[in-house]
Design a protein around this ligand. Structure first.
Ligand SMILES: Nc1nc2c(ncn2[C@@H]2O[C@H](COP(=O)(O)OP(=O)(O)OP(=O)(O)O)[C@@H](O)[C@H]2O)c(=O)[nH]1
Ligand SMILES: [Mg+2]
Length: 347
């Protein structure tokens, strides 16, 4: 496999069982009541909960330790101790759990809602369990059973929701840096981006993953420029965001060239839901060029202007990206989060 992966490790511990209680009944006129120590409560479990709105393991890089509550000890009058609360660890669909030491696969959470990973220790029995005809006053109870601790590795293959497609220098990396946590290199020369970069656009509790791939040029399918092998990283996206540089003289042909290179790679990719961005609308003379672009393509897809320096265009593009990913919300916000997603290419 190749692609983007996210990984981290966390320390988890289930709760200890509470100790059984040693106690004797005390009532008026009953000087030596029988044993009545209650049982200890169960320790809480470590539970992985699969959340559809999560798309990366970024949130587990901030909090790395998860400990379930211990069970409470038993009490007199045969009162059982309270059970410890489970600790729930939210993870995205498709997360894989490994032993952090050996790397051995423990569980693939794909398709599951919940997975009880470590059970809490059982509570100890109170002393009233140990009364017999010859031992009417047991002065001992059972200790609680310990919980388990473990360091686990978590791993996730990430599939981008939106792929950015454009000639070199069109402003793709500037766009991903604007809307996501990514820090893709930006410079005024072609092929600045040499390997794909992922960024997470956060909208409320929804993650939208955007992939910035190296620029595509005419003939990429025959190996020109950096070729088109990077297209496979956007082949499973929900939609594409084409970018055309309005300050470049090829602004009216750019989309056709890009889309034809994509269809040489895969018709399915070329026919994905798309939007078209005319970038650098702050440059001189680009307004008229943008109107031409919209006239030419406006019937077949959404065509929007963008300048990274103009907030109104930025807001519109952000909304369009959310819509394209199918997860639009009215008043979302962007926050930056640490994904540390890294790129692996074994081909
Ligand atoms: N005036 C203006 N310049 C922009 C805008 N967006 C990007 N640029 C500039 O355009 C140049 C290329 O931007 P990048 O974001 O690196 O372009 P890219 O598409 O990622 O380029 P490659 O990685 O080479 O394919 C940089 O000098 C940016 O500063 C914009 O909205 N307005
Ligand atoms: Mg770039």
């Amino acid at each position: 496999m190749f692609g983007f992966s996210d990984e981290t490790y966390i320390d988890v511990a289930s709760g200890n069982g509470g100790h059984g209680c040693v106690s004797f009944r005390r009532e008026k006129f009953v000087p030596k009541g029988g044993p009545d120590g209650g049982d200890g409560g169960r320790g809480g479990d470590v539970v992985f909960v699969v959340k559809d709105n999560l798309r990366t393991l970024g949130h587990l890089k901030l909090v790395r330790s998860f400990r379930a509550e211990n069970g409470r000890p038993g009490q007199g009058a045969r009162c059982a101790g309270r059970n410890g609360k489970d600790v729930e660890i939210p993870v995205p669909q498709g997360t894989v759990i490994r032993d952090a030491e050996t790397g051995e696969l423990i569980k693939d959470l794909t398709g599951l809602d919940r997975f009880v990973f470590l059970e809490g220790g059982k509570g100890g029995l109170g002393n009233w369990h140990f009364r017999t005809s010859v031992r009417q006053a047991p002065k001992f109870a059972q200790p609680g059973f310990p919980g388990r601790e473990m360091r686990v590795g978590l791993e996730l293959q990430i599939i981008a929701d939106i792929g950015l497609v454009g000639f070199p220098n069109a402003g793709k990396s500037s766009l991903i840096n604007l809307f996501t946590n990514a820090r893709s290199k930006v410079a005024g020369y072609p092929f600045t981006t040499k390997i794909p970069v992922l960024g997470v656009l956060r909208d409320g509790d929804q993650d939208v993953i955007i992939a910035d791939i190296p620029g595509i040029i005419e003939g990429a399918s025959e190996g020109a420029g950096m070729g088109y092998k990077f297209l496979r990283h956007i082949s499973r996206t929900k939609g594409l965001c084409y970018m055309v540089d309005l300050s470049d003289d090829n602004y009216l042909e750019a989309y056709d060239i890009l889309s034809s290179e994509l269809s040489k790679y895969s018709e399915e990719l070329a026919s994905k839901k798309s939007i078209l961005i005319g970038s650098k609308i702050d440059e001189d003379g680009t307004e008229e060029r943008f109107q031409e672009l919209r006239k030419k393509y406006g019937c077949s897809m959404r065509v929007l202007p963008l300048s990274i320096y103009m907030d109104d265009t930025v807001d519109e593009v952000r909304k369009a990206l959310l819509e394209l990913s199918g997860e639009k919300k009215e008043d979302g916000f962007t926050s930056r989060m640490d994904t540390d997603a890294h790129y692996r290419d074994e081909a």
